[in-house]
Design a protein around this ligand. Structure first.
Ligand code: GLC
Length: 741
């Protein structure tokens, strides 16, 4: 439809119909035969009338071609102007094919892999009728106590966040939104949500503007520059004002500075929550604050529905803002081609043939393998030798629940188990025992009650635990090597899943301790949504493979990797802390005036644990053995716009072929504000044949040296720099250079 027609449509709309476009509700009401009961049911708190329901502009988490078409038909049959609904979904890491959770995807350090995962997810979602995806989540995440680190594609690093944000937005949106396989991207959560105090979800965020611009803003900025059609405001306050009504954030930074012209949607009920925050005096003020800050869509609160009209009647300025919001919403619907075809790309036939097809499942498995991180491999206990008897032990061995907490649309029944995958392997002798539950019932009951479900009592739980350990020991005694599959429950990470204890559950540690007494090689496959405290068990393990929540093809991907059919190449995007007391811990920290290099008393350290992280940012082993032998620069003075070429010699000293992520970090030794001890500035994922030697080159330029200085200018300052190259952020070769311009 021509833009002129959109304007004409806008002018035809009543104020009620305009405000309706700015409201998003869950869409199941349009699937119910009894709308009335639904209005007194799930949506009762929204106090929405039947009439208002048929004015809403979008619905949340209705997906599936048939359902989308039914909802659209029901809605349009009651809509005067036949303005189609937008369907917006949380397809965070895949629709039917659940890919690894975002933090895992980020550990691939492979933008092509992330692009392909996003494109498959986007195609599946598009033919299932999704118009907008609430992804990517690019909140910089440094605190493992925060459950939503599992969603953070860039982890603790701003550069990874920028690169991945751009990659995903372009993969979702392509060149034309109405094309089959493309959906609008909604980047979230703006802003600074990953910095919630003490890692407690929805908690306070307070930081200097400089810190915000240096670390938290870059990934959002990158997504907006890549053309994201929508942004979602975050639950937290940012420097005293809730992001959702923060005029400096939305109007000054997002709209004016970054030139964002798309739609701004609140997070779930976040407009109403500005009252609880103690910012909006009441609902009417919440409506005023949100429309004045520039929120276009009110997700699942009744604030706009019940108060915006009065504000418009009272003040033409407000109605002008409403008109602008509605124009943005109609414009997106038009870009998606919904006025020509209200079903978008929803297509039941295609959905049946394309979704979860074998080609994509095979691709997904290969892509998933790039997300695994080998944390330990003493004496090359991995890959497993085939002629050995393997004891498969743990609650994740025979378990299809290996997708993350945002995989609600995937079909878990299609997930394989590690047990089945090993049994399919010819010549592999496996024995199995569950060994323990993921969690004790008390912990499971905490999750059940949080979900409003009845708690369950287990008779003689401790006796059952003992018996499970005994049978695990009996199985282990018959084997040459023990493969343990342990980790978090999938509902222990994700939204509202902050934890003050990030170690493995006690019952799992007990199993490890008992099996350790057998003095057999023990390998841990770790399922988790956050960095886990491993310091108390690491010494008892000969190898640790971090698999996160690997999704639909996880079991097959893991089995092949353990048997050496694939070689691990993932690298951590979040530091693993020594223990929870060290959170937040991250690699790009400042030096302090008393850096901890030795055990002197008066230095910045803890008395009871080492100061460095347990596993550093960028860390990950391979079956190969990569030796970084030489590092040199073609010059040591950078004059203004010149580049310096960095060369590093790397040798694969093994019989295996594999990938290495070569990382380049820079430290600005002094500046008008203190600078981090190192910052990731470039990386390359390189393939090495057995015993291959490669010279890898990087060009560094002045842009890489820019930072937000004490006057809030983004500039590079003359002076000395250190440059580090390595396979992680700690084990590096070092060089120096100077910038003079
Ligand atoms: C949730 C999450 C957000 C999600 C939205 C819709 O509360 O914070 O990430 O996209 O609501 O489900």
């Amino acid at each position: 439809m021509k833009h002129k027609k959109i304007i004409e449509l806008l002018n035809e709309m009543t104020i009620e119909e305009k405000i309706g476009q700015m409201i998003q509700i869950t869409g199941d009401i349009f699937l119910s035969d009894d709308t009335k009961s639904m209005l007194t049911g799930p949506l009762k708190d929204l106090h929405l009338s039947k009439e208002k329901i048929y004015h809403v502009g979008s619905v949340l988490n209705i997906v599936g071609a048939e359902r989308v078409k039914k909802v659209q038909d029901t809605y349009l049959s009651n809509s005067r102007l036949k303005i189609p609904l937008l369907f917006m979904d949380d397809i965070i890491n895949g629709y039917k094919i659940a890919f690894p959770i975002p933090i895992a995807q980020g550990c691939s350090w492979n933008t092509q892999a992330i692009k392909e995962m996003t494109e498959i997810s986007s195609m599946e979602s598009s033919i299932a009728g999704a118009n907008v995806n609430f992804s990517p989540m690019v909140d910089l995440s440094r605190d493992a106590r925060w459950g939503r680190v599992m969603e953070s594609i860039g982890g603790e690093d701003p550069l990874l966040g920028e690169i991945y944000a751009k990659t995903m937005v372009k993969a979702y949106q392509g060149k034309k939104l109405s094309e089959i396989g493309k959906i609008a991207s909604c980047v979230k959560h703006i802003a600074g949500y990953g910095a919630v105090e003490a890692g407690r979800d929805y908690n306070t965020v307070d930081m200097s503007e400089r810190e915000f611009r240096q670390y938290y803003l870059p990934a959002y900025k990158s997504a907006i520059e890549a053309g994201a059609e929508m942004i979602m405001t975050s639950f937290n306050i940012l420097n005293g004002i809730p992001s959702t009504v923060n005029k400096w954030l939305i109007q000054e930074v997002i709209r004016k500075e970054l030139g964002f012209k798309g739609i701004i949607i609140s997070d779930y009920n976040a407009i109403e929550e500005t009252i609880a925050h103690g910012y909006s005096e009441n609902e009417r003020e919440a409506a005023r604050n949100a429309i004045n800050a520039g929120v276009d869509i009110d997700m699942m609160s009744s604030i706009y529905a019940n108060h915006l009209k009065d504000l418009c009647l009272e003040n033409q300025e407000i109605e002008n803002k409403v008109n602008k919001s509605v124009l943005r919403i109609l414009t997106l619907k038009n870009k998606l081609g919904l006025f020509e075809n209200p079903y978008g790309n929803a297509n039941e036939i295609k959905e049946k043939t394309y979704v979860m097809n074998a080609t994509n499942l095979e691709k997904a498995k290969k892509l998933t393998q790039e997300t695994f991180v080998l944390l330990k491999n003493n004496n090359h206990v991995l890959p497993l030798q085939k002629n050995r008897k393997i004891a498969l032990i743990g609650p994740y061995i025979d378990n299809i629940g290996i997708t993350g907490s945002w995989s609600m649309f995937s079909d878990r029944t299609k997930n394989d188990t590690i047990l089945d995958m090993f049994k399919e392997k010819i010549g592999i002798q496996v024995l199995y025992a569950k060994g323990c539950e993921i969690l004790r019932q008390e912990e499971i009951n905490k999750i059940l009650s949080a979900d409003g479900l009845p708690m369950v009592h287990v008779e003689n739980e401790s006796q059952k635990e003992k018996e499970m350990i005994i049978s695990a020991i009996q199985v282990a005694k018959k084997a040459d090597v023990i493969l343990l599959a342990l980790g978090e429950h999938y509902r222990q990470s994700g939204e509202a899943c902050s934890r003050s204890n990030i170690a493995l559950p006690e019952n799992q540690i007990e199993l490890i301790n008992e099996l350790y007494k057998l003095s057999k090689p023990m390998i841990l496959i770790l399922f988790n949504g956050r960095p886990i405290e491993l310091s108390s068990i690491e010494k008892k393990l000969d190898a640790i493979l971090e698999v996160w929540f690997p999704g639909t093809t996880g079991a097959k991907a893991i089995t092949e990797m353990l048997l050496g059919e694939e070689n691990p190449s993932g690298k951590l995007t979040m530091s693993f802390p020594q223990n929870v007391g060290q959170c937040p811990v991250y690699y790009n920290h400042y030096n302090t005036g008393r850096p901890h290099h030795n055990n002197l008393r008066y230095v910045s350290r803890y008395q009871d644990i080492p100061t460095e992280s347990f596993y550093p940012f960028g860390y990950g082993l391979s079956y190969c053995n990569f030796k970084y032998t030489e590092l040199y620069l073609n010059k040591h003075i950078m004059n203004g716009n010149e580049t310096i070429t960095v060369t590093v010699k790397i040798e694969n000293q093994s019989d295996y072929a594999g990938y290495e992520v070569v990382q380049l970090y820079i430290q600005d030794l002094y500046g008008s504000v203190v600078r981090p001890v190192k910052e990731l500035k470039a990386f390359k994922k390189e393939y090495f044949r057995p015993h291959e030697i490669k010279y890898i080159h990087f060009d560094i330029d002045m842009h890489m040296l820019k930072f937000w200085n004490n006057k809030l200018e983004f500039i590079a300052e003359n002076g000395e720099f250190k440059l580090f190259v390595g396979g992680d952020s700690e084990k590096v070769l070092e060089e120096k250079f100077e910038l003079t311009y």
